[in-house]
Structures are given as structure tokens and as C-alpha cells.
Design a protein around this ligand. Structure first.
Ligand SMILES: C[S@@+](CC[C@H](N)C(=O)[O-])C[C@H]1O[C@@H](n2cnc3c(N)ncnc32)[C@H](O)[C@@H]1O
Length: 158
């Protein structure tokens, strides 16, 4: 049975700025300068600058940096909501960063229902479908899908 550590240690957020838990720290990235600048303002205002690392960086860049810094297995929670085309790579790297029992949320996996429309073959929709198929058969995680809004997929690392 994997350990349940709650959200007390580290969170990784890919695409967006994250929400700070009462304890622990957040590492987040976004390629949008404005989004990171706004996040940094709120971080100052909330007095959590020492615990929230907001990086103006592409997801793969941040995730590779964390893995190179020997952070595999360090994260309680990860949220993936960056560009869809690289999501499969974001997923694989993020899974390595989670400890066994850690939770990952992948946002927008129903793509407003677009994944079920066979005529939609644009790169974004195809990438979301490919990730859904990949995680569906991934025995390294326990999987759930919330059938609300854009369909966040929830995963617990085995
Ligand atoms: C749907 S929005 C996510 C919003 C975010 N969940 C939040 O609440 O702040 C997608 C975000 O991913 C960012 N993004 C797109 N491609 C990215 C990449 N390769 N690496 C990091 N962020 C990326 C965009 O700039 C955008 O802010």
C-alpha cells in the first residue's frame, strides 16, 4: 500500500502558478511572462515567496532541471495543464518526480468533448487522445476521471 503523505511537502505545477499548501513548497512554471509576473505578485502578497518557486520556463525544461537535481520521488502532488502537444513527455517526467502514493492531476483530458469527435484530427486533440490512451493502460498508476467540465484525470502513483 503506498504511503499517504497528504500535500505537506512538494508540489509541481506544469503550466500555471499553483496553490500553496499550508506547509511545504511549490515549484511551478509557465511560458507566459504575464502569468508568471501576476503569480509572483500574489506570492509576495501572501508572504510565501520562500516556499513558491515560479519559473518562467517551458514544462520540459523545468521538469528536466528537477530530475537533474535528483528530485525524483520528492513530490506529493503534481498538476499538469501546459501545452497539449508535449503532454505525454510532461506526464512521464512528472511521474518520476512523484513519490509512490503521490497524486497527479492532468487537466482538460476531455478537451470539451473534442476527444470523442472522430473528425477532429488537429495536433492538440490528437495529443490529448494519445495521452488518454497511454494512461488508460499504464499499470504504474491508479486512475480516475472526473466527468465534469473539461474532465480532469486523477492518478495515484503505485
Ligand atoms: C489552460 S492554461 C493553464 C492555466 C493554469 N492551470 C492556471 O490556472 O493558472 C495553459 C497554460 O500553459 C502555459 N503553457 C503552454 N505551453 C507551455 C509549456 N510548454 N510549458 C509551460 N507552460 C506552458 C500557457 O502559457 C498557459 O498559461
Amino acid at each position: 500500500m503506498p504511503e499517504n503523505r497528504g500535500l505537506s511537502r512538494v508540489q509541481h505545477v506544469v503550466g500555471g502558478v499553483g496553490v500553496t499548501p499550508p506547509e511545504g513548497s511549490v515549484v511551478a512554471c509557465d511560458v507566459g511572462e504575464k502569468r508568471i509576473a501576476t503569480g509572483r505578485c500574489y506570492r509576495e502578497e501572501a508572504g510565501v515567496s520562500d516556499r513558491v518557486d515560479l519559473q518562467l520556463a517551458a514544462a520540459l525544461e523545468m521538469l528536466d532541471r528537477l530530475r537533474a537535481a535528483d528530485r525524483d520521488g520528492s513530490s506529493d502532488f503534481a498538476f499538469i495543464d501546459a501545452g497539449k502537444e508535449n503532454q505525454l513527455y510532461d506526464y512521464e517526467r512528472t511521474r518520476q518526480l512523484l513519490y509512490p502514493g503521490g497524486l497527479m492531476v492532468i487537466d482538460i483530458t476531455l478537451w470539451l468533448g473534442g476527444v470523442a469527435e472522430v473528425t477532429r484530427q488537429d495536433p492538440g486533440t490528437c495529443a490529448v487522445r494519445a495521452l488518454n490512451q497511454h494512461v488508460h493502460t499504464d499499470s504504474r498508476v491508479h486512475l480516475g476521471l472526473l466527468p465534469v467540465a473539461d474532465g480532469p484525470t486523477l492518478e495515484r502513483k503505485v
